[in-house]
Design a protein around this ligand. Structure first.
Ligand code: NAD
Length: 489
């Protein structure tokens, strides 16, 4: 399969001469090629988006809403092919990709309606005959840089609100999952005016050209902390608006009143969905001493029963990781933990088979001197640490540079309140880990970056605020110059 950049409504090779090979992480076989976008390709796409912007921002809110609903309808009609391509390109099981595609088209529906209703507000004026308005305006061309772990969902969380706000976009998908982004353009955006949605494929160099482009006033980025820091250092002197959704090291605390069996199921789901490659994956678990044995036994039994395999097989629970570099990090974190005294209760190995599989792994006797408890692992590893008091659990949960999400299992309302007030994270899940809500803002604190996607906040990220103060009567003001009395009118 060969796919080309999508620029100004056309599929084109642009100035690219080199290509990127895309493989299936379940077996390492090449499934497609895309062009390696050059700075010239980025410029062509930005100019197309810039030319389309003036007309797009003037499209009425109700017409824009219908156009976004139409994109959603087309995605729905082609959901099956998107789900299959996602599975072959990214690796997670079909059922998880089905959920990703539902979220993708529903995000377009959600922002179609939010954009229809929201433009700003009118303020109480300072005097009669004066109108004060707060107007929300688009930035212009927004650069959307997307990672590989949820290639369509994270694209939709940027592109849908950006378009609803009246921006045009240039998307740079991950070099590991560009095929689904281009497939989405083929399927869903051909009714939009040319130049409103553009995709330039490529790697970090292509992304950097987008960040550096002087006609791109906003960059919306989801990816690793190190890439986010690089983008921030380029964008800051240009005073660009940046929106960052970076790494995580989410804690899961089990309170001492919890049912260990239910909590073990919740932890297995939160830590192992998408082979642990979710920004909000549970990456560290804190269990009270009192429940440790029962909880650990339950969790180990459950994890042992999970089936590792190709995501195309409906019986698969856990698919491959995206690539060897990412798997090596998991191997390194487990080795570091073992060297410092941790024990592996199940898993712990990369099986000897094609593809980038890693066994789901449970570790105990871990502590915060280990990488597996402090750095983002982004793989199927569950380190369990015991605690003595709820105060200690909260302190441990907060002991991270990241602040994306945090989970708690409890029926004790006092503990729940203490947790959601004192844990520094953008999302707190209590008894229902990793469930999102279209209207619920999603994003992080601390080094995760302060951007918010979804909800009204997710639309506001893509709008600038302007205050209009208008004296409709155009009357002279008593406080104007000159102040000395002889010449005052
Ligand atoms: P990454 O930072 O390597 O790449 C992300 C994107 O940035 C890719 O499209 C890549 O080509 C591009 N890129 C790389 N270097 C660039 C540069 N110098 N300038 C501009 N663009 C550049 O991240 P990844 O490995 O694709 O994704 C995994 C990371 O994403 C994890 O750290 C994960 O936590 C994070 N993530 C965060 C969220 C969130 O909402 N907070 C969601 C999903 C993933």
């Amino acid at each position: 399969m060969e796919k080309l950049h999508h620029i100004n409504g056309q599929f084109t090779r642009g100035a690219s001469t080199e290509t990127i090979a895309v493989d299936n992480p379940a077996n390492g076989q090449i499934i497609g090629h895309v062009p390696l976008g050059t700075p010239e390709d980025i410029d062509t796409a930005v100019q197309a988006a810039k030319s389309a912007f003036d007309a797009w921002k003037r499209v009425s809110a109700s017409e824009k809403a219908e156009l976004l609903h139409e994109a959603s309808r087309k995605m729905r009609a082609h959901a099956h092919e998107l789900i299959e391509l996602l599975t072959r390109e990214e690796g997670k099981p079909l059922s998880e990709n089905e959920e990703e595609v539902v979220w993708t088209y529903s995000t377009f529906d959600y922002y179609a309606e939010l954009g229809r209703h929201s433009r700003g507000r009118v303020l109480p004026s300072t005097e009669d005959g004066v109108l004060n308005m707060v107007i929300k305006e688009p930035y212009g061309v927004v650069g959307c840089i997307v990672p590989w772990n949820y290639p369509l969902l994270l694209l939709a969380w940027k592109v849908a609100p950006a378009l609803a706000a009246g921006n045009t976009v240039v998307i740079k998908p991950s070099e590991m999952t560009p095929l689904t982004a281009l497939q989405l353009c083929e399927i869903a955006f051909d009714h939009l005016p040319p130049g409103v949605v553009n995709v330039v494929t490529g790697d970090g160099r292509t992304g950097e050209a987008l960040v550096r482009h002087p006609d791109v006033p906003m960059i919306a980025f989801t990816g690793s902390l190190s890439t986010g820091q690089k983008i921030a250092s380029i964008a800051a002197p240009m005073m660009k608006k940046t929106h960052f959704e970076l790494g995580g090291k989410d804690a899961f605390v089990i309170a001492d009143d919890a049912d260990p069996e239910l909590a073990a199921r919740a932890v297995a789901y939160a830590a192992l969905i998408n082979a642990g490659q979710v920004c909000t994956s549970t990456e560290r678990v804190y269990v009270p001493q009192r429940l440790a044995t029962r909880f650990t036994d339950q969790l180990v039994d459950l994890v042992k029963s999970l089936r590792l395999g190709d995501g195309m097989d409906a019986e698969t629970d856990i698919g491959p990781m995206i690539g060897d570099k990412y798997r090596q990090k998991v191997i390194d974190h487990i080795a570091d933990a073992k060297a410092k005294g941790a024990r592996v209760l199940t898993g712990g190995r990369a099986p000897d088979r094609p593809g980038y599989f890693h066994e789901p792994t449970v570790l105990v006797d871990v502590n915060h001197s280990m990488k597996i408890m402090t750095e983002e692992t982004f793989g199927p590893a569950i380190p369990l640490m015991t605690y003595d008091s709820f105060d200690e659990a909260i302190r441990l949960a907060n002991d991270s540079i990241y602040g994306l999400g945090a989970c708690l299992y409890t029926s004790d309302a006092k503990k729940a309140r203490r947790f959601f007030e004192d844990v520094k994270a953008g999302t707190i899940w209590i008894n229902d880990p990793l469930t999102d809500n279209y209207a619920g803002p999603f994003g992080g604190m601390k080094y995760t970056g302060g951007g918010r996607e979804l909800g009204e906040e997710g639309l506001d990220e893509f709008r600038e605020t302007k205050h209009v103060h208008w004296d409709i009567e155009a009357r002279p003001k008593p406080w104007w110059l000159p102040y000395h009395k002889e010449v005052r009118p």
